[in-house]
Design a protein around this ligand. Structure first.
Ligand SMILES: C[S@@+](CC[C@H](N)C(=O)[O-])C[C@H]1O[C@@H](n2cnc3c(N)ncnc32)[C@H](O)[C@@H]1O
Length: 402
């Protein structure tokens, strides 16, 4: 039955749905979908107090550990539990994408489209005090939001966060045990010797310096409204104290082992998440927001035919590069919040025709998940009607050991 609180969808969007054989009825549940949160392990023990503070019941999601659902209109942002980082908002379907990676302790994990970072936070939690986490995103403001999330939830200690292009990113995990730097730290964690300029300090962020000429060119480009070209090198945006970066010389940073240099395949990541940029048509949260932001923005950003074609190419490139950085025997999860086949099964199919050592695999825990199969073997689809979640496509791909 249509949701009376959902205004009619605009004609261009309805056309898009028709072209992609998506049933518009799936949007009728948008306003009634529950909110989902993930409680950090310690916070689960404080469930009763948190419920009292929020004034709502948190219902455990039986099929996904650590997840709870709340009524759609529940407000959490003002609560102490939220502000103290005990819980964070993440849709259960997004949680399923992370769960499909089956992160184990000691894994070296790459998140190639990481911002704003809900899935990244969950990966960081699952890793705990082992392994490493490398995250990349091309959008600086979104990456800043990601850093804020990691800091707020105290989950950034093993992370290297890069501003860069996931289609060309080449840095491998730093697998060596972190050696504490050979210098004394001041009370605030600052380096108390002259090595400040040479060695990355204990905990925090690093921004590469720009030459005066570069700064002038950037300022002029901004003034003229010309998009600023970034260099090809990824920029380290934030790093944690156990990320392997501490104590490295700044000059050595760009040279840390790259896939295209002397590295072997074994140096690759154990797990790679490619939660690719997409048209967002399955993200009910986004769709509701466009009711306020204006549908013309949505049309301009996502529904233009050229834009859709370029997005599928970007998705294929992200998937291909993520797979290149995966070690043999490793697992990659490709996900999007689009309902379209072209951005999901279509991209995966094109990818598989070029990759003899890639294999679609069953997501073991999915036997108990409220989702339906996609059009390729072992792929999964979440949607509001079947799953009571936002829309998500998930494919698990393993790199064969040859
Ligand atoms: C679906 S969102 C990722 C959501 C994120 N995984 C999370 O759970 O919060 C897709 C992201 O891809 C980023 N992106 C787009 N093109 C990219 C590229 N070429 N390389 C890396 N990231 C890219 C966008 O900036 C956006 O943040």
């Amino acid at each position: 039955m249509a949701d009376p609180s959902m205004p009619p969808l605009p004609a261009a969007f309805l056309r898009f749905l028709e072209q992609n054989q998506i049933d518009a009825a799936v949007y009728s549940a948008a306003h009634a979908l529950p909110r989902y949160v993930r409680l950090k392990e310690q916070a689960v023990l404080e469930l009763v107090e948190i419920e009292e503070e929020l004034g709502v019941k948190l219902t455990r999601v039986a099929w996904l550990p650590g997840f709870f659902s709340l009524p759609p209109d529940a407000q959490i942002a003002g609560s102490c539990a939220y502000q103290q980082g005990k819980l964070y908002g993440i849709d259960a379907a997004s949680g399923a994408a992370v769960a499909a990676l089956e992160v184990s302790h000691c894994d070296h994990v790459l998140d190639l489209c990481a911002a704003p970072g809900a899935k990244l936070c969950m990966v960081a939690e699952l890793l705990g005090a082992s392994g490493s986490l490398t995250a990349v995103d091309i959008a600086q403001p979104r990456l800043a939001a990601c850093r804020t999330m990691l800091q707020k939830y105290g989950l950034g200690s093993r992370i290297r966060l890069y501003l860069g292009d996931g289609t060309t990113f080449s840095l491998l995990p730093l697998k060596e045990t972190t050696k504490l730097p050979d210098f004394h730290l001041g009370a605030e964690g600052e380096i108390s010797t002259d090595s400040r300029l040479e060695v990355l300090k204990y905990y925090g962020e690093w921004r590469p310096g720009k030459s005066r000429k570069q700064k002038r060119a950037t300022k002029l480009a901004k003034h003229l409204g010309i998009p600023v070209q970034r260099g090809d090198e990824p920029e380290l945006f934030f790093y944690g104290k156990e990320s392997g970066v501490v104590g490295m010389k700044v000059v050595d940073l760009p040279q840390s082992k790259c896939m295209h240099s002397e590295a072997t395949l074994q140096d690759g990541y154990d797990k790679v998440l490619v939660d690719a940029e997409c048209t967002h048509d399955g993200s009910l949260k986004h769709i509701i927001k466009y009711e306020q932001w204006g549908w013309d923005t949505f049309e301009r950003r996502f529904l233009d035919a050229d834009r859709v074609a370029s997005i599928t190419l970007l998705q294929l490139q992200l998937l291909t590069n993520g797979f290149r950085l995966l070690k043999p025997g490793g697992t990659l999860v490709y996900s999007t919040c689009s309902f379209t086949k072209t951005q999901n099964e279509g991209v995966v199919e094109r990818f598989l025709t070029n990759q003899a050592n890639a294999e679609l695999k069953e997501v073991d825990p999915a036997k108990h998940w409220p989702c339906r199969p996609g059009d390729l073997p072992h792929t999964l689809r979440f949607d509001p009607v079947t799953s009571n979640t936002s829309g998500l496509f998930i494919a698990k791909i393993v790199k064969r050991v040859t």
